[in-house]
Design a protein around this ligand. Sequence first.
Ligand SMILES: *Cc1c(COP(=O)(O)O)cnc(C)c1O
Length: 381
Amino acid sequence: MHSQDYDRLYLSPPHLGRHELNYLHKAIEDNWVAPVGPNLDGFERDVCEFTGVAHAVALTSGTAAIHLGLRLLGVGPGDEVLCPSFTFVATANPITYLGATPVFIDSEAQTWNMCPERLREALEDLRRQNRRPRALILVHLYGMPCRLREILAVATEFEVPVLEDAAEALGSTYEGRPLGSFGAVGVFSFNGNKILTTSGGGMLVTNNAAWAKKALSWATQARDAAPHYQHSELGYNYRLSNLLAGIGRGQMGLLADRVKKRREIYAWYQNKLRDLPGLSFGPAEPAGGRSNRWLSCLLLDPAQTSVTPDQLRLHLETHNVESRPLWKPLHLQPLFAGLPLYGGAVCTDLFTRGLCLPSGSAMTDTDLRRVAAAVRALFPA
Ligand SMILES: *Cc1c(COP(=O)(O)O)cnc(C)c1O
């Protein structure tokens, strides 16, 4: 199929507002198409203002931001980096780009994010072997804050710097503070299916001015201060275009509204489907945490229902409704076979029992009712 299917309910399609086009128009009129421009400054300023972090660097993707962020934390060949197993592969790939190795940590059942006890276990075990991980990556999966207080306490105790992968968690908060602002480096994604999008894009945030400068330099081929092309360091072509940054500025103005809508969608599903035996919704907010509910996820309990996630997914497909399994744990990925792992049973169980439902902020009541009716049809009346 070559055109968009207008009857199909997608998982999390882009949702543009009224101002993105103004920023694009202005950029084209003023010839700010490449390689710099006021939209980049404006987009970075918007993200700084929203997160309360001092510096932001707009990049081509969240993955690029993780790559540069890990390099800022000093990750290099032979290092080990702690990382949740339950996440999208883009969290861990940059560890490998840098010649380092991921050490995977299991989730806990409430937030589905990194378990502080498993983390402590890992750090104690590694310490006994004189292995000090170079960094710890935290993820707030599906926008749900991880148990930040406990985890940051462990990270501080073992002196491991934290990179916060808030790719899915823009607009979520913990103890009133925006996620992405807790790590030494924070990362956001503006990929096509995230809560806000620039079609593709990412942002690195940090309170360290020298690091922000370094990240910007690495993102633009690490050119030395000379009239000719001179390079002392390895760089990349990771800078976001001023055009896409214009879309980002328009999108940032809509964030509060988009979070509100995604939270309403989650509550609506939960409310309308809570009576179905063996079906529940998750993850749940930790004390002090508030999720943007990027995707609405359900779990099926095989002890209470014979309906499986795969059955439900294929059934929804017959109604032209897109749904998707939860992230497949990284320790189960062929790409990462045989790497160190602490725990693993919790996220494996979630993966086996879960499914993500359409959660786009442009969904209408009719759309929601269509999904709920299709889900319900698979359960005994
Ligand atoms: C989307 C995502 C990324 C990567 O972001 P891109 O902009 O797609 O490169 C990283 N981590 C998580 C958890 C994500 O969901």
